[in-house]
Design a protein around this ligand. Structure first.
Ligand code: FES
Ligand SMILES: [Fe+2]
Length: 435
């Protein structure tokens, strides 16, 4: 029998460096599934994707196949996509509307609230078989914020509110770009996969150091069209900053470069939109929201929010990842405005876009480079000496500094070393003692 050696996570992650193994080792990947994806909060989807009774979408929480479904009662549930008979998945179609999930193997039928409606040829089951004991098992915990639905396979743990912390404010920035304060996540979806570790995408999404190199072609094209002045956002002289809110939630903050919502000034119907925003939120808040232009945020571990898009990262293996991009629509704006958002998204992130494909190429090259371990360390020291702390504990640095990467790894190490679980059980004992 193979003996599984416990991985020493303190030895693999330093304050300013990580070891190659964190991206390549199958045991590390197993531990990530168990400790990060099967214990903590994981983003599943947005309530607006399934607005009507019977709407559903398939999803994953770590290795667990699940169904996010809205029952006849209007409630959203996260149900296991596993038949209670002999484990067949009861739904294979990515999204749709149904009153029943029927298992194809022996025909058991489940209602869209997960309860077992019928078994085939029931007379062979004796009186001890009770249908109410055999519904699709719901995830132990589900919670949502502004329609963002998170699930957890662990029955106990930190609340979603405490998990999100200051990231919640950034979700507000994203959603409140709608004059109705609501987004619609039915703007279509881009999917891509790559032969690389999932954390390469997570780190890259929060990397303000790379754009002028990896995305040179795109920015060149944009400036020839006179659309933006990218160096103001991304270069060494940028006034944008990186932020680390703790618990792995980090962001690139471009608010300082986007005064007066300049990006919006080229949008069709910008004036009408601005007026609707002022009418809803008042002058000061509307200005703040338009400056923010959404957000550029990682909600650890698997949700990324960039401008108009939600990006969900799904780890499959140490060197295999799927990514789902959902460009969002704003409720309460003209179709031209939403169209403009979608076109901008496609331009950079789309399959034939000028941005995302270049990033993916980097991930695959890194995964190759990692095989050479003569010096196995990756260096994350950029800007460590000029990092500063705000009074609430948020760490801030220049936009090209690796504040965000260090924040991600700090949280990763905390969870992977098990100090997260210790802190939680200590907190629960403290609560129990206080009762
Ligand atoms: S496995 Fe689903 S009915 Fe048998
Ligand atoms: Fe990029």
């Amino acid at each position: 029998m193979a003996v599984i050696q416990a991985v020493d996570y303190d030895a693999l992650v330093g304050e300013d460096r990580v070891h190659s193994r964190v991206y390549t080792d199958p045991q590390v990947f197993e531990d990530e599934m168990e400790r990060i994806f099967h214990r903590g909060w994981v983003f599943v989807g947005h309530a607006s994707e399934i607005p009507n009774a019977g709407d559903y979408r398939l999803a994953w929480v770590g290795r667990y196949p699940i169904i996010m479904a809205r029952g006849e009662d209007g409630q959203v549930r996260l149900l296991s996509n596993r038949c209670r008979h002999r484990a067949n998945t009861v739904c294979q179609i990515e999204r749709g509307n149904t009153r029943f999930f029927r298992c194809d193997y022996h025909g058991w039928m489940y209602r869209n609230d997960g309860s077992l409606a019928s078994v085939s040829y029931p007379d062979a089951y004796d009186g001890s078989f009770r249908k109410e004991d055999f519904g699709l098992v719901p995830l132990p915990r589900m919670a949502s914020y502004r329609g963002f639905i998170f699930g957890s396979i662990a029955p106990n743990g930190i609340s979603l509110t405490n998990h999100l912390g200051k990231a919640a404010e950034q979700i507000d920035f994203f959603v409140d770009l709608s004059p109705e304060g609501e987004i619609d996540v039915r703007g279509g979806i881009h999917k891509y996969g790559y032969r690389g570790n999932w954390k390469l995408q997570v780190e890259n999404s929060m990397d303000g150091y790379h754009p002028n190199f990896v995305h040179k072609t795109y920015f060149g094209l944009m400036s020839r069209k006179g659309i933006a002045a990218p160096t103001r956002h991304f270069g060494g002289s940028s006034i944008a900053v990186t932020r680390d809110f703790g618990r792995g939630h980090v962001m690139l903050d471009y608010r300082e470069c986007n005064r007066e919502g300049q990006l919006l000034s080229v949008a069709p119907g910008a004036e009408k939109y601005r007026a609707a925003m002022v009418a809803r939120y008042g002058e000061a808040r509307a200005k703040e929201l338009l400056n923010a232009g959404g957000t550029h945020l990682l909600v650890f571990p698997n949700l990324i929010m960039i401008g108009v898009q939600l990006r969900v990262v799904r780890p499959i293996g140490p060197a295999e990842t799927e990514v789902y991009l959902y460009p969002t629509l704003l409720k309460g704006v003209d179709p031209e405005m939403n169209g403009w958002r979608l076109r901008g998204h496609e331009n950079f992130f789309g399959p034939a876009g000028f941005g995302a494909p270049d990033d993916i190429e980097m991930f695959e090259r890194i995964q190759v480079g990692l095989r050479n371990e003569l010096d196995p360390w990756l260096v994350l020291s950029r800007g460590i000496a000029r990092e500063r702390r705000e009074p609430d504990g948020t760490r801030v640095g220049h936009v090209t500094d690796e504040v965000t990467q260090r924040g991600i790894w700090r949280e990763w190490k905390r969870v992977m070393t098990g100090r997260e679980a210790e802190a939680q059980s200590a907190a629960m004992m403290h609560l129990a003692a206080a009762d």
